[in-house]
Design a protein. Sequence first.
Lengths: 92, 378
Amino acid sequence: MLTKEFIGLVTEASGLSKKETEQLLTTMNAIVRENLVAGKAIQLQGLGALEVKERKARTIVHPRTGERTVVPSKNQLVFRPVANIKDEIKKI
Amino acid sequence: MRRALAARAGVSEKKAGAFLSAVQTQLVEALKNDKQLKINGLGTFKLQAVAPRKSVNVTTGEEILIEGYNKLAFTPEAGVKELIEKGDRTPATEEREAVDPLRKLGAQAEEIVDLLGDLGQRPTEEKKAPKAKAPKAPKAPKAPKKKAQEAAAPEPVAAPEPVVAPEPVKEPEPVVAPEPVVIPEPVHEPEPEIIVQKPKQEKKHHFVRDVLICVVILLLLLFVGYFFLRQQLSGIIDSFIQPAQTEQVEQAPAASPAEPAAETAAEEAGSPQEQLTDESLEASGELDENRYPELITIEPMHEASRLAWMSKRYYGSKIYWPYLYDANRDILVNPSRITVGTPIRVPKLSKLQLDTTNAQTAARLEQLRIEAEEACRK
């Protein structure tokens, strides 16, 4: 499903105007992004948590040449859904 | 979250709360319908099916079937992902990146050698080292134990520390770090470096040697194969030529008494042809009149043979092939394309006809050859 359809669904469910939901959605996205880029975890109420985890730098070995290179550390996004959503989705 | 949203969007908290709860419920709905939900500017929520699998109850040893289920996965949008991966890099981490952006350890080892050379000239700097010695000393001995190649690793190993705590207090450390790593034991460090480089060189030598050996063996094999083949081929050719010559000797006397019937038949067939050719080639005179009074044999054309071969076999030289063409002119339309199995009459040639020094014979042969070649072109 795409964003447009989703906005339609949300407007119906929340009783807000379409414009408002669009605005709210974009601001929500902005807030989430800012927090994540800053490395902070964020809780989406009733949905789950978005966290940023650090993947440590590691050395890898090229299997053929035996060359060793360093992969620099990076941050990765982790999404952990809330327990009841997890359960709900399991059965689908 | 709700407050921040309300403040940012300039909407009442109530509305923001309604929005959030609606998002929550609708997200689940959307996933139920589509198994996938894409939100622009954020990412994609997706249902991932986990296949059912078998497992064993650890205590009882019974087999259990773990049923398949769905799990919710979230992948951030490409741009967002990049931003997150870079994250809030502190200046310390950035510096470390600058020091080793996926660089090969061999290059690092070379750098260390250079640094060592510089330090040997400037002994005053060694006094600064003791401060950094304390944290680095325990790591230096570990490195050579793991593997010689990892000797150069201390730099990346030491660097991650500041990432965890992005406090300005620890920042200065990495700045000093690259040097102290080298300084602590100038006596011990060179050893692992040599070990680092040695295996590589040895490997290269091995590789080059192996390739050379392979090439030499291949050449030898080729030579041996070539000589072997040549010997065999020459053997085959010899065996082909020798029986041909013996045949020629054997068949010549054998044919005439054995096949008188065939001869007469061939003569009968040959005579009208002679007359025809006589008419067309009156000029050649004596040679034509008693051209082919007798036949040695009638040989069916076999594969890969040709008139010249037959001429060589029966008359001893290839140059007499035009006679064969002449004798079989009625059958052969194109002397260079004879169907296999065509019966070729092999006439007995007189001494005069075989004498190439005789001008008349030579001219006759040449003329026949030209005619045959013309027939070829048709």
